[in-house]
Design a protein around this ligand. Structure first.
Ligand SMILES: [Zn+2]
Ligand SMILES: [Zn+2]
Length: 138
C-alpha cells in the first residue's frame, strides 16, 4: 500500500501531494543545506518520479551548484520563503521534498546522513544512522 505524502509551505500558498513511497530519506549536512536551512542540516524525502508530484501554487526557483558540483534547483514559496522541494539537473526525474514541509513530519524516516564531513559538533546525528562523508556511492 502506498502512503500519501502531503505538505506545503508555512503560509499555505504552496501545496503538494505525492502518492508513492520515497526511495531515499536523509539528513544532509552540506554547506548549501546549512546555509538554506539556517542550521546544521536539511532533511529530505526523495521520490523516484517527479511527474507524480501534484502541486498547487506557483513556486519561485533558484539554482545553485551543490558541494558535489551538481546543479540543484530549489523551489520555494514567493510569499513566505519556505523551501518546499528541489530537483537535480543531473537526475531530472527525481524530486526531494523537505521533511518539515510535510503535514505529518512523523512520516519522515531517515536512514542516512550525507555530507557528514561538513557536520558541526553542535549538530550531532543519531548514531544509528549510516553517515557518509559525502554522497553514498551509486
Ligand atoms: Zn508560503
Ligand atoms: Zn545538502
Amino acid at each position: 500500500m502506498t502512503r500519501l505524502y502531503a505538505g506545503g509551505c508555512a503560509c499555505g500558498e504552496i501545496r503538494y501531494e505525492m502518492r508513492s513511497d520515497p526511495i531515499f530519506e536523509n539528513h544532509c549536512q552540506c554547506r548549501d543545506c546549512q546555509r538554506r536551512s539556517g542550521t546544521g542540516h536539511a532533511s529530505y524525502l526523495t521520490f523516484r518520479r517527479r511527474a507524480d508530484l501534484r502541486t498547487v501554487g506557483e513556486t519561485n526557483k533558484w539554482r545553485v551548484a551543490g558541494d558535489s558540483g551538481n546543479e540543484k534547483v530549489h523551489a520555494f514559496c514567493p510569499t513566505c520563503g519556505t523551501p518546499v522541494y528541489l530537483t537535480s539537473v543531473a537526475m531530472p526525474d527525481l524530486i526531494a521534498v523537505h521533511a518539515a514541509s510535510l503535514d505529518d513530519p512523523g512520516q519522515f524516516n531517515p536512514q542516512v546522513v550525507t555530507y557528514g564531513i561538513c557536520g558541526h559538533a553542535w549538530d550531532r546525528m543519531d548514531s544509528s544512522l549510516r553517515i557518509f562523508e559525502r554522497m553514498p556511492p551509486t
